[in-house]
Design a protein around this ligand. Sequence first.
Ligand SMILES: Cc1ncc(COP(=O)(O)O)c(C=O)c1O
Length: 426
Amino acid sequence: MKDTKTNAEASTIKEDALKDFAKYVNPQKARILKNAGLDIIEGKREGARVWDMAGREYIDCISSAGCFNVGRRNPDVVAALKAALDEFDQGVFVFCHKPQADLSKKLAEITPGELRYTMFGSGGGEINDFAIKLARGFTLKTEIISTINAYHGHTGFSLSAIGREEYKKPFYPLIPGFKQVPYNDLKAMEEAMTPDTAAVIIEPVQGEGGIHPADDDYLRGLRRLCDQHEAVLIFDEIQTGFGRTGKMFCAEHSGVVPDIMTLGKSLGGGVYPITAAVYREELGDFLVTNPFIHLSTFGGSDLGCIVGLATIEILIRHRLPEHAALMGERFHAGFDRLIPKYPDLLLETRRKGLMMGLQFTNPSIGPRMTYQLAQNGVLALYTGNDPTVMRLMPPLVIKPQEVDRVLEALDKSMAAIMAQGGVEKY
Ligand SMILES: Cc1ncc(COP(=O)(O)O)c(C=O)c1O
C-alpha cells in the first residue's frame, strides 16, 4: 500500500476513527479494546503481519479466529478477486453458477470420504443453521446434541447449539430440542442419545471453548453412535478447516468422515465472505422435493466462489497444511521452554497444528497477556468461552523467524506479569 501520509496525519485519522467508532458503532466495545491494548486501526496487512495505521507492526495471532490461513492480503487471492471484478459481480442467487459448480466440485474432491454436495452461505452461523436444518429435514427427527462450551455461531439454530449460557440467556425461548453434554466424553454422549436424535454437532477442536482437541477415539465413537442411532454427524470445521490443524481438514487426523462438514472463515481467503456445508449424497434426498427450502442471497456468490477456489489452490500449491504442522512444532518446542520458566502462570499448552492454546493458572492472566503481547508486537486474544486460555492462531504462512518473535513476546509478556506481582496481585 502506498502511504504518503505523515505520522502525525495518520495518528489524527486514527484518533478520529476511534472516536467515531465509539460514538456511532459501540462505545463499550471501543473501551474494552482500549483497555486490552487493542485500540488499533489496521493499516497495511501482509503475510502474518499487520501494521496499525499509525505505523506500529504486529504479528497477527488472532487471524479473525482462522480467516487468514493463506496470509493477510495474499497477493494471489487479491489478484484473483481483482481479475474476477473485471467480469463478475455476486450473480443472481437463484441461478446455477459456473464458479459455484467449480468450487463445489473442488470441495467434493478435497474433503474426506463421500462428501459430495455443497450448500453455500456467507456466515458460519448461517451455514451451521443449514446443517442442522438438513439433519432434521433428512432424519425427520428433532433432537440436536452439541457439547458444553461449544461455539457454532450466534444465529438461530447455531445459537441454540452453543454451549455457553451467557450468550443464550437473554434470548429464551430458543429453538427447542437442543441439549449439551461434556466434550470428549463418549459415555455422556451415549447416555444423551435417543431414538429421536437427529444430529450430533461437534468441533473437532473446540476453539472458543479453550482449544481442546477431541481424542481420535472419541470422534470414532461419535461416528459409531450416530450410525447406531441413524443420526447425522456434523463436524463444524469453520475454525479447524483449510490446513489450520496440519491437515487440510481436521477430520483427517482421526479418519472419521462426518455426514456434513461446515466450512467458513479461511474459505474466503481473508478477503470475501463465503461459507459452505459439504454433505453426503444421501442427505440430498431431503432437498429433492424442495431445492429452494434454504436460500442465501450472498452465499456462494460468483466472486466468493472464485476467491474460494484461488484460496484452495494456494493452500495446496504452497503445502500450507504441512507448513502449519512444522511451524506448530516450532511453537511447541518454545512452549516447552516457557512452561518451567513460568510455573505460576502457565499450566500447559494444547495444540493441533497452528491451532494453539496456552492454559494459564488464573482467569485474570488471559486479558493481561492480551495487553502485554500487544505491547510486545503480537496480536492475540483469550478464548471467548474461557479467559484462562490464550489462543494463538497465526496465518499458516508464518515464517520461522516470526514464530520466534511470538515466542520471545510471550516470554517478555509473562516476565512483565511476574514483575507486576504475578497472579497474587489479582
Ligand atoms: C467453530 C465455529 N463455528 C461457527 C462460527 C460462526 O461463524 P460466523 O462468525 O462466521 O458466523 C465460528 C466463529 O468463530 C466458529 O469458530
